[in-house]
Design a protein around this ligand. Structure first.
Ligand SMILES: Nc1ncnc2c1ncn2[C@@H]1O[C@H](COP(=O)(O)OP(=O)(O)O)[C@@H](O)[C@H]1O
Ligand SMILES: [Mg+2]
Length: 446
């Protein structure tokens, strides 16, 4: 008889080892290894199982039928790829206070009002607390049921017995399965709970939403295992001290991951940010160190204000700090300005901030960052009706940005008059455009 394999697993990061360790070699956590029980081994095995299937000719394979329905929230539908898919498992992650419970409670109410029977399970807040929120955001519905429960088996029993059309779990880190001995939130628990939720979603053909908290390091506490298991992963971004929230799709088996949802947090809950165009820049303020650019959030152009502060440094190593813009790119741009324009940035502290708490993830804002830096350095405001577009290369050349025409059109719609761009626009535009090929030329614009 083969010897039974014993496996230990770090409950902080999921690292597996054949022997027990006091300190995890992967994440450094102390005393985090537990021996995996039979049930856990079974789950791991069934997650890995791919054997025993026969190859089929693609012409004989029948297409998977996907059935979707709208959530009553246009932004959420957009991010999901056109609505919720029946039988799908969706993870909504985000830092505490960002608005996960608010969004899902409202979504549940919308669906309940449209005739679906919805079960909202909260292990974090009492039903009374949720009711308080429901009253505030207008999420009362005859078809919406609240369950205050920590034990997965009891939640599943309720869901199975009473004919619900949708299930929401708030949050995955607080629910535990009776069959596993580890603490809630540990790798073993999160995996076991998610596994069962996936099973019930597929078996009942009803959508299941899971809320997950994100740790300071930016990962869902208890691990990546969760991301691999679910169909769709949505992350909520935004500063809880500011109003704008962005819902981004990180993984989606049923749609594109390019679209983002943009919301505004109000007294009445999260509302679609209708007039977002004007939220991220203020054309009235005329300060040095501010430059406007257009970034693409999915298929939507968004005008953002890049702010720079350049101040003489009292330190041998001047400070560089960047919020919402890649710090490595900032260092690169400063080196380029020093070399090409012979400006003494090695004696200056430089701070960059993207107004509105948005993170710029594409390089098209490089030119605006340079313009803002030079404007602050010379203490000379830029023309408020000028928009800057362009990626900056290591040799100082200004490179094309994708979808330039769509960006310029939006800038024109928002009242901008001039654009500094890498190449001539294809379409005639109300904006007057000026082509700059290299960083040296940008100086003419200051
Ligand atoms: N009375 C209120 N008026 C306006 N906004 C509120 C009110 N109460 C809570 N909020 C907002 O709701 C947020 C909490 O949202 P919540 O959905 O509980 O977040 P999460 O579930 O992601 O932790 C707070 O950060 C705050 O912005
Ligand atoms: Mg919450």
């Amino acid at each position: 008889m083969a010897k039974k394999k014993i496996l230990f697993e770090c409950q902080a990061c999921g690292y597996k080892s054949g022997k027990w360790m006091g300190k995890c070699t992967n994440c450094g956590a102390w005393d985090s290894f537990v021996e995996l029980g039979e049930k856990e081994m079974e789950i791991i095995k069934s997650l890995e199982r791919t054997s025993g299937n026969k190859a089929l000719c693609i012409t004989d394979v029948t297409q998977e039928q996907i059935e979707r329905f709208g959530t009553g929230d246009a932004e959420l539908d957009l991010v999901l790829g056109g609505g919720v898919v029946e039988g799908s498992l969706v993870l909504v992650g985000g830092s505490p206070g960002v608005g996960k419970s608010t969004l899902l409670l409202k979504t549940c109410a919308n669906l309940a009002n449209s005739g679906k029977k919805v079960l909202y399970v909260s292990a974090e807040e009492s039903s009374g607390q949720i009711k308080l929120r429901a009253d505030r955001i207008g999420a009362n519905s005859k078809n919406l049921y609240l369950l205050n429960e920590l034990v997965l088996e009891d939640i599943l029993a309720e869901f199975r017995q009473n004919g619900y059309d949708m299930l929401v779990i708030d949050s995955i880190q607080t629910i535990y399965s009776n069959t596993i001995t580890s603490a809630p939130g540990s790798v073993s628990q999160v995996r076991a709970v998610t596994f069962e939720l996936m099973r019930i979603a597929k078996e009942s053909k009803k959508p299941v939403f899971i809320i997950g908290h994100i740790t300071k390091e930016g990962s869902i506490a208890g691990p990546r295992v969760l991301e691999h298991m679910v169909d769709t992963v949505l992350y909520f971004e935004g500063d809880s001290s500011k109003d704008i929230r962005i819902l981004r799709s990180f993984k989606n088996r049923f749609g594109s991951i390019n679209e983002v949802g943009i919301f505004e947090m109000t007294q009445r809950g999260l509302v679609d940010a209708k007039n977002i165009a004007k939220k991220f820049f203020d054309k009235k303020s005329n300060q040095a160190g501010s430059a406007a650019t257009v970034v693409m959030e999915g298929s939507r152009p968004l005008i953002l204000e890049v702010q720079a502060l350049v101040a003489e440094s009292g330190y041998a190593n001047p400070k560089r700090s960047s919020t919402g813009y890649d710090a490595g790119r900032l260092t690169m741009l400063l080196a380029l300005l020093e070399k090409r324009l012979e400006l003494p940035f090695n004696q200056y502290d430089v701070f960059i901030n993207i107004a509105g708490g948005i993170k710029i993830t594409e390089p098209s804002a490089d030119l605006a960052v340079i313009a803002a830096i030079l404007s602050s350095f010379r203490n000379r405001p830029l023309n408020k009706e000028t928009i800057f577009l362009g990626e900056v290369g290591l040799t100082g050349e200004i490179r094309d940005v994708m979808m330039q025409d769509i960006r310029l059109k939006e800038a024109a719609a928002q009242g901008f008059k001039r654009a500094v761009v890498p190449s001539k626009p294809l379409q005639e535009n109300v904006l007057k455009s000026y082509v700059v090929e290299s960083v040296e030329k940008i100086i003419d614009w200051m």
